[in-house]
Write a protein that binds this ligand. Structure first.
Ligand code: HGY
Ligand code: MN
Ligand code: MN
Length: 428
C-alpha cells in the first residue's frame, strides 16, 4: 500500500488507531443496557437507545462533527472534507441490540467509525471528501420488523410510512417510539426523497460466526451476504379440553405448528451448505396446560446465498403448510415480512480491504456474511463493503459475545486506511 495522499499532506501508510481509546469507548457504551451476564439489552427506540444515541452524538460533537438525524431516526455524524460538495465516504452500523445481545454487534462498527474520526483529527489529516459515521435505526428487527429498518428506508427497500407504522408486541409504533425519545429527525430518510448518496460505504463488524477464529484469520474481506426471507405464521385450530377430546377429533394448532417448526429445519438442511432455517419466536393461545391450543403464532427465518434456492425454500415451506393444514384440519396463514436477495459487495472496495489488510501484515479471508447488515441495503445506493473480525467461539446474539482488543483495533485500522484512501482520492 503506497502512501496516502490526503488534502493536507501525504502520509505514510498504514495509519494506526488508538486501540485503548476504542476499547474504552466500547466498554463505556456497553454500560447502557448492561445485563448481569455481561451483555447488552438495548432494544431499538427505547430510552436506553436514546441514552446510547446521545452518548455517541456527544463523542462525535467533541470530535468536531456536525450531526444530522433523518425522519426514521438514522443519525449521520459528519467530518468536513476539503471539498464540501463531494459525496461523503461513509461508515457505521447500529447500536440497537438483541434482548440478549452483546457489547460488539453493531456497536463496534459505529465506534470504529468514531475512532477513525478521532485519529484523523489527531494526525491532522484533512481528506478531500467529507466522512460520515452512521447510526442506522433498528437494524436488529427484534422489537420492530422489518429488520435493518433505517438503512432499508434509506435505500428504498420499503417506504418511510411502512417503517413508521410498524408496531411492537405492545402495539407501540415506530413513529410513537421515535417521538418519545425525540429522535424523529427532519432530513429526508431515503435517497429517493433527497437523502445524500455516499461515494462509498464501509462497515466493520464482528463475524458472528466461527470461521475466522477457527482458521486463525484476524480479518475477513466480506464479499457478500446471504439473502433472507422472514415469515410470521399463524396456525388456527380450535381450543378444546385436553381430557374429553379424542385425539382424532382435535384441531390442535400446536401439533400442526410443530410440523412446520420441524420443516423449517429440514428445508434448510436440504439446501446446504448455505441454507439456514430458524424458528426464534412462538406464542401459544390460550397457553394453558390442559387446553388444546387453538392458535399458535411463530416466526421463520430462512437464508441462502442463492436467490433461486431461497425461492425454492419458500415454495417448500408453503407446500408443507398446505399438507399440514389438511392433516390437522387447521388454517395456516403465512405472511412474508422480510425479503432481500443475496448481496454481492463492490469488488473494488473489497479489493481495497484486502490491500489494506496486507499492508497491515495480514491476509484477509474472503467470507460471505450469514448475518444481515445495514451495508446490505446501503449497497443498493453506492459501492459498499464490509470488514469482519473474529468473535470468541463465533458466538453472537448472546450476552457472552466477546472480541479481542487487538482484533477490534486491527479491524478499525483497516477501516481507517480504507476510508482515508477513498476520501482522499483526488477528484477525477
Ligand atoms: O438478523 C440478522 O442477520 C441481523 O443480526 N439483524
Ligand atoms: Mn449487527
Ligand atoms: Mn445482530
Amino acid at each position: 500500500m503506497e502512501n496516502i495522499v490526503t488534502a493536507s499532506r501525504t502520509v505514510s501508510a498504514p495509519l494506526r488507531v488508538n486501540a485503548e481509546r476504542l476499547y474504552d469507548s466500547l466498554m463505556t457504551l456497553a454500560q447502557i443496557g448492561a445485563t448481569a451476564k455481561g451483555g447488552v439489552c438495548r432494544l431499538a427506540l427505547t430510552d436506553l437507545d436514546r441514552q446510547a444515541r446521545e452518548l455517541v452524538i456527544g463523542w462525535a460533537r467533541e470530535a468536531g462533527c456536525s450531526i444530522r438525524i433523518d425522519q426514521i431516526g438514522n443519525i449521520f455524524m459528519r467530518r468536513a472534507g476539503r471539498d464540501p460538495l463531494r459525496a461523503a465516504v461513509a461508515t457505521g452500523s447500529h447500536i440497537d441490540t438483541q434482548p440478549t445481545g452483546g457489547k460488539f454487534d453493531g456497536n463496534y462498527g459505529v465506534l470504529a467509525g468514531i475512532e477513525v474520526i478521532r485519529q484523523l483529527n489527531e494526525l491532522g489529516i484533512e481528506t478531500e471528501a467529507p466522512i460520515e459515521v452512521c447510526i442506522w435505526t433498528n437494524e436488529e428487527g427484534s422489537r420492530f420488523v422489518p429488520v435493518m429498518m433505517g438503512s432499508g428506508v434509506y435505500a428504498g427497500a420499503f417506504t418511510l410510512a411502512h417503517a413508521l407504522g410498524a408496531r411492537d408486541r405492545d402495539g407501540v409504533s415506530v413513529s410513537e417510539a421515535l417521538a418519545a425519545i425525540k429522535q424523529n429527525g427532519e432530513s429526508p430518510a431515503s435517497v429517493a426523497e433527497g437523502a445524500p448518496h455516499f461515494a462509498a460505504y464501509f462497515e466493520a463488524h464482528i463475524e458472528q460466526g466461527p470461521v475466522l477464529e477457527a482458521t486463525a484469520r484476524p480479518l475477513g474481506a466480506v464479499t457478500g451476504a446471504l439473502g433472507q426471507r422472514w415469515y410470521d405464521i399463524t396456525v388456527s385450530g380450535m381450543e378444546a379440553h385436553a381430557g374429553p377430546t379424542p385425539m382424532i377429533l382435535r384441531r390442535d394448532a400446536m401439533q400442526a405448528a410443530a410440523q412446520l417448526v420441524i420443516a423449517a429445519r429440514s428445508i434448510a438442511l436440504d439446501h446446504q451448505p448455505h441454507g439456514r432455517g430458524t424458528v426464534g419466536s412462538m406464542d401459544v393461545f390460550p397457553n394453558s396446560r390442559n387446553v388444546i391450543p387453538g392458535r399458535v403464532r411463530f416466526t421463520v427465518d430462512f437464508r441462502h446465498a442463492d436467490d433461486t434456492t431461497l425461492s425454492a425454500m419458500d415454495a417448500s415451506l408453503r407446500a408443507h403448510a398446505e399438507a399440514v393444514a389438511r392433516e390437522f384440519n387447521c388454517d395456516i396463514d403465512i405472511q412474508q415480512v422480510v425479503y432481500f436477495a443475496p448481496t454481492h459487495f463492490d469488488a473494488a472496495l473489497v479489493q481495497s480491504i484486502r490491500d489494506v489488510a496486507r499492508a497491515l501484515g495480514h491476509d484477509a479471508m474472503d467470507i460471505v456474511s450469514g448475518a444481515g447488515h445495514d451495508a446490505v441495503y446501503v449497497a443498493r445506493t453506492c459501492p459498499a463493503a464490509m470488514i469482519f473480525i473474529p468473535c470468541k467461539d463465533g458466538i453472537s446474539h448472546n450476552e457472552i459475545e466477546d472480541a479481542r482488543a487487538e482484533h477490534l483495533a486491527l479491524g478499525a485500522e483497516v477501516l481507517l486506511n480504507a476510508i482515508a484512501t477513498t476520501a482522499s482520492l483526488q477528484p477525477t
